[in-house]
Design a protein around this ligand. Structure first.
Ligand code: COA
Length: 216
Protein backbone atom coordinates (compact mmCIF):
# COMPACT_ATOMS: atom_id res chain seq x y z
CA UNK A 1 0.00 0.00 0.00
CA UNK A 2 1.59 3.29 -1.07
CA UNK A 3 -0.04 6.30 0.58
CA UNK A 4 0.60 9.84 -0.59
CA UNK A 5 -0.65 13.13 0.80
CA UNK A 6 -0.94 15.91 -1.78
CA UNK A 7 -2.62 19.29 -2.27
CA UNK A 8 -6.04 18.57 -3.80
CA UNK A 9 -7.09 19.76 -7.25
CA UNK A 10 -10.03 19.51 -9.65
CA UNK A 11 -9.16 15.89 -10.47
CA UNK A 12 -10.17 14.86 -6.93
CA UNK A 13 -13.64 16.45 -6.99
CA UNK A 14 -15.43 13.17 -7.94
CA UNK A 15 -14.61 12.03 -4.37
CA UNK A 16 -16.41 14.97 -2.70
CA UNK A 17 -19.70 13.14 -2.10
CA UNK A 18 -17.85 10.11 -0.71
CA UNK A 19 -15.89 12.36 1.70
CA UNK A 20 -19.11 14.05 2.89
CA UNK A 21 -20.63 10.63 3.55
CA UNK A 22 -17.55 9.55 5.52
CA UNK A 23 -17.70 12.73 7.65
CA UNK A 24 -21.43 12.38 8.35
CA UNK A 25 -21.09 8.66 9.17
CA UNK A 26 -18.19 9.20 11.59
CA UNK A 27 -20.04 12.07 13.32
CA UNK A 28 -23.04 9.78 13.78
CA UNK A 29 -20.80 7.09 15.27
CA UNK A 30 -19.11 9.57 17.63
CA UNK A 31 -22.48 10.94 18.68
CA UNK A 32 -21.45 14.50 17.79
CA UNK A 33 -22.77 16.96 15.27
CA UNK A 34 -20.64 18.51 12.57
CA UNK A 35 -20.70 21.67 10.53
CA UNK A 36 -22.70 20.86 7.40
CA UNK A 37 -20.56 20.38 4.31
CA UNK A 38 -21.93 19.71 0.88
CA UNK A 39 -20.06 17.94 -1.94
CA UNK A 40 -20.13 21.29 -3.80
CA UNK A 41 -18.38 23.04 -0.90
CA UNK A 42 -15.72 20.30 -0.69
CA UNK A 43 -15.22 20.50 -4.48
CA UNK A 44 -14.74 24.27 -4.28
CA UNK A 45 -12.03 23.82 -1.64
CA UNK A 46 -10.27 21.26 -3.85
CA UNK A 47 -10.43 23.49 -6.92
CA UNK A 48 -9.12 26.47 -4.95
CA UNK A 49 -6.09 24.47 -3.75
CA UNK A 50 -7.27 24.86 -0.15
CA UNK A 51 -7.47 21.17 0.68
CA UNK A 52 -5.23 18.13 0.89
CA UNK A 53 -6.09 14.54 0.07
CA UNK A 54 -4.48 11.26 1.05
CA UNK A 55 -4.26 8.89 -1.88
CA UNK A 56 -3.92 5.15 -2.15
CA UNK A 57 -2.96 5.01 -5.80
CA UNK A 58 -5.64 7.24 -7.34
CA UNK A 59 -8.24 6.59 -4.67
CA UNK A 60 -8.89 9.35 -2.10
CA UNK A 61 -8.74 7.86 1.42
CA UNK A 62 -8.27 10.95 3.60
CA UNK A 63 -8.93 14.67 3.58
CA UNK A 64 -8.75 18.05 5.30
CA UNK A 65 -9.30 21.63 4.14
CA UNK A 66 -8.60 25.24 5.06
CA UNK A 67 -11.18 27.73 6.25
CA UNK A 68 -10.50 31.37 7.08
CA UNK A 69 -12.30 33.46 9.67
CA UNK A 70 -12.21 37.00 11.01
CA UNK A 71 -11.07 38.46 7.65
CA UNK A 72 -8.17 36.01 7.35
CA UNK A 73 -6.74 36.64 10.83
CA UNK A 74 -7.70 33.08 11.83
CA UNK A 75 -7.38 29.83 9.90
CA UNK A 76 -8.94 26.48 10.79
CA UNK A 77 -7.92 23.14 9.32
CA UNK A 78 -11.29 21.44 9.16
CA UNK A 79 -13.01 18.29 7.97
CA UNK A 80 -10.21 15.90 8.93
CA UNK A 81 -11.23 12.40 7.90
CA UNK A 82 -9.44 9.12 7.23
CA UNK A 83 -11.34 6.20 5.65
CA UNK A 84 -11.95 3.54 8.33
CA UNK A 85 -9.74 0.86 6.75
CA UNK A 86 -6.77 3.27 6.67
CA UNK A 87 -6.88 4.41 10.31
CA UNK A 88 -4.11 3.87 12.89
CA UNK A 89 -1.34 4.01 10.28
CA UNK A 90 -0.25 7.59 10.96
CA UNK A 91 -2.23 8.99 8.01
CA UNK A 92 -4.08 11.70 9.98
CA UNK A 93 -0.73 13.01 11.23
CA UNK A 94 0.54 13.20 7.63
CA UNK A 95 -2.63 14.98 6.46
CA UNK A 96 -2.51 17.47 9.33
CA UNK A 97 1.17 18.21 8.74
CA UNK A 98 0.50 18.86 5.03
CA UNK A 99 -2.58 21.08 5.58
CA UNK A 100 -0.76 22.90 8.38
CA UNK A 101 2.21 23.62 6.07
CA UNK A 102 -0.20 24.76 3.32
CA UNK A 103 -1.98 27.07 5.79
CA UNK A 104 1.31 28.56 6.97
CA UNK A 105 2.35 29.11 3.36
CA UNK A 106 -0.93 30.74 2.29
CA UNK A 107 -1.62 32.69 5.50
CA UNK A 108 1.77 33.20 7.22
CA UNK A 109 0.41 35.70 9.76
CA UNK A 110 -2.84 33.96 10.62
CA UNK A 111 -3.44 32.15 13.89
CA UNK A 112 -4.34 28.50 13.22
CA UNK A 113 -6.92 27.01 15.53
CA UNK A 114 -9.37 24.18 16.04
CA UNK A 115 -11.88 22.90 18.55
CA UNK A 116 -12.11 19.20 19.27
CA UNK A 117 -13.10 16.50 21.72
CA UNK A 118 -10.93 13.93 19.90
CA UNK A 119 -7.76 12.59 21.52
CA UNK A 120 -6.15 11.83 18.14
CA UNK A 121 -6.57 15.45 17.00
CA UNK A 122 -5.32 16.78 20.36
CA UNK A 123 -2.17 14.65 20.09
CA UNK A 124 -1.51 15.71 16.49
CA UNK A 125 -2.18 19.40 17.16
CA UNK A 126 0.17 19.35 20.15
CA UNK A 127 2.91 17.82 17.99
CA UNK A 128 2.43 20.66 15.49
CA UNK A 129 2.87 23.33 18.19
CA UNK A 130 -0.76 24.14 19.04
CA UNK A 131 -1.52 24.84 22.69
CA UNK A 132 -4.85 24.46 24.52
CA UNK A 133 -6.61 27.81 25.03
CA UNK A 134 -9.94 29.17 26.21
CA UNK A 135 -12.47 30.10 23.54
CA UNK A 136 -11.72 33.78 24.21
CA UNK A 137 -8.45 33.29 22.24
CA UNK A 138 -10.24 31.95 19.16
CA UNK A 139 -12.08 33.79 16.43
CA UNK A 140 -15.15 35.80 17.40
CA UNK A 141 -16.49 35.39 13.84
CA UNK A 142 -20.13 34.38 14.32
CA UNK A 143 -20.03 32.34 11.08
CA UNK A 144 -17.52 29.95 12.66
CA UNK A 145 -19.66 29.37 15.74
CA UNK A 146 -22.73 28.83 13.55
CA UNK A 147 -20.97 25.63 12.45
CA UNK A 148 -21.61 24.26 15.96
CA UNK A 149 -25.39 24.47 15.57
CA UNK A 150 -25.57 20.83 14.42
CA UNK A 151 -23.73 19.63 17.53
CA UNK A 152 -25.81 18.04 20.22
CA UNK A 153 -24.00 20.15 22.83
CA UNK A 154 -24.90 23.45 21.17
CA UNK A 155 -27.21 24.38 24.05
CA UNK A 156 -24.20 24.23 26.41
CA UNK A 157 -22.23 26.58 24.16
CA UNK A 158 -25.16 28.98 23.90
CA UNK A 159 -25.87 28.86 27.64
CA UNK A 160 -22.23 29.89 28.23
CA UNK A 161 -22.33 32.81 25.80
CA UNK A 162 -19.93 30.99 23.43
CA UNK A 163 -17.17 31.23 26.06
CA UNK A 164 -16.87 27.51 26.82
CA UNK A 165 -18.24 24.11 25.87
CA UNK A 166 -17.15 20.44 25.85
CA UNK A 167 -14.60 20.92 23.08
CA UNK A 168 -11.04 22.00 23.81
CA UNK A 169 -9.84 25.04 21.88
CA UNK A 170 -6.34 24.66 20.43
CA UNK A 171 -4.28 27.44 18.90
CA UNK A 172 -1.08 27.86 16.93
CA UNK A 173 0.02 31.47 17.18
CA UNK A 174 2.79 32.26 14.66
CA UNK A 175 3.99 35.14 16.85
CA UNK A 176 5.02 32.59 19.49
CA UNK A 177 7.02 30.63 16.93
CA UNK A 178 8.90 33.39 15.21
CA UNK A 179 12.31 33.10 16.72
CA UNK A 180 14.73 30.62 15.18
CA UNK A 181 15.15 28.93 18.52
CA UNK A 182 11.41 28.30 18.77
CA UNK A 183 11.34 26.95 15.21
CA UNK A 184 14.21 24.57 15.97
CA UNK A 185 12.49 23.43 19.14
CA UNK A 186 9.28 22.74 17.19
CA UNK A 187 11.19 20.80 14.58
CA UNK A 188 12.84 18.70 17.32
CA UNK A 189 9.44 18.08 18.91
CA UNK A 190 8.02 16.71 15.66
CA UNK A 191 11.18 14.66 15.00
CA UNK A 192 11.01 13.21 18.52
CA UNK A 193 7.31 12.45 18.08
CA UNK A 194 8.00 10.64 14.80
CA UNK A 195 11.00 8.70 16.17
CA UNK A 196 8.94 7.58 19.15
CA UNK A 197 6.35 6.20 16.73
CA UNK A 198 9.03 4.48 14.62
CA UNK A 199 10.59 2.90 17.72
CA UNK A 200 7.15 1.69 18.87
CA UNK A 201 6.54 0.11 15.44
CA UNK A 202 9.99 -1.52 15.45
CA UNK A 203 9.42 -2.87 18.98
CA UNK A 204 6.02 -4.35 18.06
CA UNK A 205 7.51 -6.05 14.94
CA UNK A 206 10.40 -7.42 16.99
CA UNK A 207 8.03 -8.84 19.61
CA UNK A 208 5.92 -10.48 16.88
CA UNK A 209 9.05 -11.98 15.28
CA UNK A 210 10.29 -13.31 18.64
CA UNK A 211 6.89 -14.87 19.37
CA UNK A 212 6.87 -16.57 15.97
CA UNK A 213 10.36 -18.00 16.37
CA UNK A 214 9.55 -19.19 19.93
CA UNK A 215 6.46 -21.00 18.59
CA UNK A 216 8.54 -22.89 15.98
C1 COA B 1 -9.45 10.88 14.07
C2 COA B 1 -8.84 10.26 12.82
C3 COA B 1 -8.70 11.34 11.77
C4 COA B 1 -7.46 9.66 13.17
O1 COA B 1 -6.88 9.14 11.98
P1 COA B 1 -5.67 8.08 12.02
O2 COA B 1 -5.06 8.07 10.67
O3 COA B 1 -6.16 6.81 12.55
O4 COA B 1 -4.70 8.77 13.08
P2 COA B 1 -3.12 8.50 13.23
O5 COA B 1 -2.85 7.06 12.91
O6 COA B 1 -2.35 9.52 12.45
O7 COA B 1 -2.91 8.71 14.77
C5 COA B 1 -2.47 9.91 15.36
C6 COA B 1 -2.46 9.74 16.87
O8 COA B 1 -3.80 9.67 17.36
C7 COA B 1 -4.02 8.46 18.05
N1 COA B 1 -5.36 7.99 17.71
C8 COA B 1 -5.83 7.65 16.49
N2 COA B 1 -7.14 7.33 16.57
C9 COA B 1 -7.48 7.47 17.87
C10 COA B 1 -8.69 7.28 18.57
N3 COA B 1 -9.81 6.89 17.96
N4 COA B 1 -8.68 7.51 19.92
C11 COA B 1 -7.57 7.92 20.53
N5 COA B 1 -6.39 8.13 19.91
C12 COA B 1 -6.35 7.90 18.60
C13 COA B 1 -2.96 7.50 17.54
O9 COA B 1 -2.68 6.49 18.47
C14 COA B 1 -1.81 8.44 17.33
O10 COA B 1 -1.21 8.74 18.58
P3 COA B 1 0.33 8.30 18.89
O11 COA B 1 1.13 9.06 17.89
O12 COA B 1 0.53 8.72 20.29
O13 COA B 1 0.38 6.83 18.64
C15 COA B 1 -9.73 9.11 12.25
O14 COA B 1 -9.98 8.19 13.28
C16 COA B 1 -11.06 9.60 11.69
O15 COA B 1 -11.14 9.91 10.49
N6 COA B 1 -12.07 9.67 12.56
C17 COA B 1 -13.38 10.20 12.16
C18 COA B 1 -13.36 11.69 11.93
C19 COA B 1 -12.85 12.49 13.11
O16 COA B 1 -13.01 12.14 14.26
N7 COA B 1 -12.22 13.64 12.75
C20 COA B 1 -11.71 14.58 13.72
C21 COA B 1 -12.72 15.64 13.97
S1 COA B 1 -12.14 16.79 15.22
Amino acid sequence: MSLNVVVASAEHTPYSAYLCELMAESAKQRGTGIAKRTPEYISQKMQAGKAVVALDGKQVVGFSYIETWGHGRFVANSGLIVAPEYRHKGLALKIKRRIFALSRHKYPNAKIFGITTGLAVMKINSALGYIPVTFSELTADTEFWKGCQECRNYDILERNDFRMCLCTGMLYDPARHQSNLQRTLDWCKIALYRSRKAIKRWWRRRRRRNKKSAAK
